[in-house]
Design a protein around this ligand. Structure first.
Ligand SMILES: [Zn+2]
Ligand SMILES: [Zn+2]
Length: 428
């Protein structure tokens, strides 16, 4: 059966075109029910893990989900006990550290050591400390004092300082977004990280790192307080901890992820500072401003902290859906373009010998960019997922052989023999 989009020949049983990912089932041309990264999910579904960690498979995503939930419960427990220094520090770094583990775990870039991402994390963190100290301590400390402690205790919205609102809810998000983008964009412009998923990953790593270090600066008084244990205002501290642990961290991460993904662009080679990048950068800034304006103004309402939390969740959900629509379009459009170049075109992102789909374990066709059964893009599969499949073929007790190596769908240029010395580039 010929694909209606790219005219590639597909087996009669195919549900998705192996070259361009078009759904071959009748009446499903737009593929909105099947996300190219995780085909069992819809495109507009609010699924956090598969969005910010696109290289996880359904199984490994479950491990991350449970590890995060367990850590989150422990951190809330520490908050309830009033152990604020521990709770705030752990809440600030939970998401960025989990993200570093994920990047190391899926072994995203074999040729690049995890040190690259740790460097991005620390460099962005250092910038975050500088920007945060500048705003909260060095220059605008008097204006900040008019916010700290919540607005309601200070006699209603009339007491709010409008200049302070502009400084912390508009000016700071603009400056912060530049700082979050700086090193991530630098990495995304390297030729070995030109994929949109790479750009997204760098953006999320930089954004969450920035959030963590900013949280530490903003709540530094917690760490220098005389009493290690706090007994008053535990309920509002619980809301604060949930906010910095989940909402703020992920809003910063996903917003910057969108901007840096737009810098990478679809297909091979990065797009750079195009109008699409500046539009996405503006979206990232806008999401941060909307978040902080809402949080600051709602602090003057009854249950303001909790309302701010809900407001942040709404913005986060919108950012997550935006990323998924962006990746869906990019993966499908890039595949159509690659397929249009014909069979001779050496697409380094597709399989070159038979491999098994990491999601549904069916055999993939040669030169495939998508699984014909479930429609998952091979660009979203991880070495982790592939070696997990290889491991199951090894009898218990047998030496661990990485079956993923001879059939590496993402890097077919890699040497077929795991023992062979690695060649750089491996251009044929
Ligand atoms: Zn096609
Ligand atoms: Zn599949």
């Amino acid at each position: 059966m010929a694909c209606p989009t790219c005219s590639s020949d597909n087996p009669e049983v195919a549900s998705y075109c192996h070259r361009c990912g078009t759904s071959l089932r009748a009446g499903d041309a737009s593929r909105t029910a099947s996300y190219a990264v995780q085909s069992a999910e819809g495109v507009t579904q609010f699924a956090l893990i598969s969005t910010v960690m696109p290289h996880t498979s359904r199984r490994s995503a479950d491990n991350y989900r449970w590890a995060m939930i367990l850590s989150g419960v422990l951190i809330l427990g520490a908050t309830a006990l009033g152990l604020l220094p521990i709770a705030i520090a752990a809440a600030a770094f939970l998401v960025p550290l989990a993200y570093l583990v994920y990047i190391d775990d899926v072994n995203l870039w074999e040729e690049a050591p995890a040190a690259v991402v740790v460097g991005l994390f620390l460099a962005t963190g250092a910038l975050s400390v500088l920007v945060s100290l500048f705003f909260f301590d060095w220059v605008f400390d008097a204006q900040w004092a008019s916010f700290a402690g919540g607005g309601r205790a200070r006699g209603g919205i009339g007491s709010m300082s409008f200049p302070a609102l502009l400084i912390f809810a508009v000016l700071l998000p603009v400056v912060a977004e530049v700082a979050k983008n700086l090193f991530a964009v630098l990495l995304a412009s390297r030729p070995q990280f030109d994929d949109m998923i790479d750009g997204l990953t760098f953006g999320v790593a930089a954004g969450t790192a920035y959030a963590a270090f900013e949280t530490v600066v903003v709540y530094s008084s917690v760490f220098t307080a005389q009493d290690f244990r706090t007994t008053s205002g535990i309920a509002s501290w619980l809301v604060v901890v949930v906010n910095v642990m989940v909402i703020k961290s992920l809003i910063y991460g996903t917003a910057t992820g969108i901007a840096v993904a737009a810098y990478s662009g679809k297909g091979e080679a990065y797009d750079g500072f195009t109008p699409a990048y500046f539009a996405s950068f503006g979206l990232a800034v806008g999401a941060n401003i909307a978040y902080w304006l809402g949080v600051r103004l709602m602090a003057y309402l009854p249950f303001g902290n909790a309302l701010g939390l809900i407001w942040g969740f709404v913005i986060l959900a919108a950012l997550v859906v935006k990323i998924r629509m962006m990746l869906q379009t990019a993966l499908l459009e890039a595949a159509v373009e690659a397929a249009a170049k014909g069979d001779d075109y050496d697409n380094k992102r597709s399989t070159y010998v038979e491999a098994y789909c990491p999601e549904c374990e069916n055999l993939m066709l040669a030169n495939a960019s998508f699984c014909i059964v479930c429609g998952t893009s091979v660009r979203s599969s991880s070495r982790q997922a592939r070696s997990a499949m290889g491991m199951r073929a090894v009898p218990a007790g047998a030496p661990a052989v990485d079956f993923a190596d001879p059939v590496d769908p993402v890097h077919p240029d890699a040497p077929a023999d795991p023992a062979a010395p690695s060649t750089d580039g491996g251009d044929k």
